[in-house]
Design a binder for this molecule. Sequence first.
Ligand code: 3IO
Length: 340
Amino acid sequence: MKQTTLRMIMAVFFMALLIIHGFSGLAETKTITLSYANFPPAPTFPCVQMERWKTEVEKRTNGQVSINTFPGETLLSAKDMMDGVIAGQADIGCLCMAYQPGRFIVTNATSLPLDIPNARIGSLVLLDLYRKYRPEEFKQVKVLAMFASAPSNIMTRKPVRTLEDMQGMNIRASGGAAELLKAWGANLVGMPMSDTPEALQKGVIQGLFSSLEVMKDFKFAEICSFATITDKVIYPFAVVMNLDSWNALPPDVQKVMDELIEEQSEWTGAYMDNHVQEAIEWSKQTHQVEFIELSKEEKARWDGRLAPLIDEWIKDVEQKGFPAQAIVNDIQALIQKYSQ
Ligand code: 3IO
């Protein structure tokens, strides 16, 4: 009798174990699906980093999370990205902060002519700056990564060898980069990168000011036979997530994404720097693009035009109530830190 009772208790115990295990198994297999919106086409670097992040998250969560990516403004457009993510039209979105300079004042300070040497350092500087200041405009989202393009160069249909060559030319840029073009005397045309291929094709613009990998990724080398090397100013990007979507994630998934923030930012910068080199070679080989180096005297003239920009920015932004001088000092110190 005692034996039987013991066996029964054991049997009930093991059945309970099986049921509990079965349920937790079910919970594990229930996948979380997230949408991730992006503005440029799939082959470009913001989308390459998006696919890399998707792969890493899916792998590191053992398939618990599944990401659906939407490149090329198929879910949200370049300028709607931040508001679209806040409103929950996408769970995650990748945006270029230079397209809304007044909205992202602190992070866009990385687009001042402070000579960030490459995209890897730019990305690390930008992420640190964000983490130090935690600007108000990010309070409604979770930041998943920040990264920078490589320093910008002028890509044009006609050669630009002197400041005079650029006068009267319509050249496209956004944010901080646009201020440089104005200082050099070009006709600035402001628009997101996603609108640039059509504007170039139609002749609305005769060139653009951005990082050189676009010569290959957007095939701009087919139209722009010349690139003038300035190596000035990056464009800052952010990957943001809807706060409700973030708060609904289990802690282990949040941990995976948190641990990816810095790694993803640095990975993207390093990818960009390598890809620029590849695109330069491709543009020379495939489309005989001429890369123009400014003479020493000419470069001094170009740099001279930029000299007032930082002080003007500090004055303007101090008036808006930001610690502008401290922000500039921090960026310079961070460039030093990551250049060692
Ligand atoms: C950029 C934006 C989208 C796709 C590729 C890109 N390479 C550099 C940028 C920087 C940028 O946002 C811009 O508008 O030049």
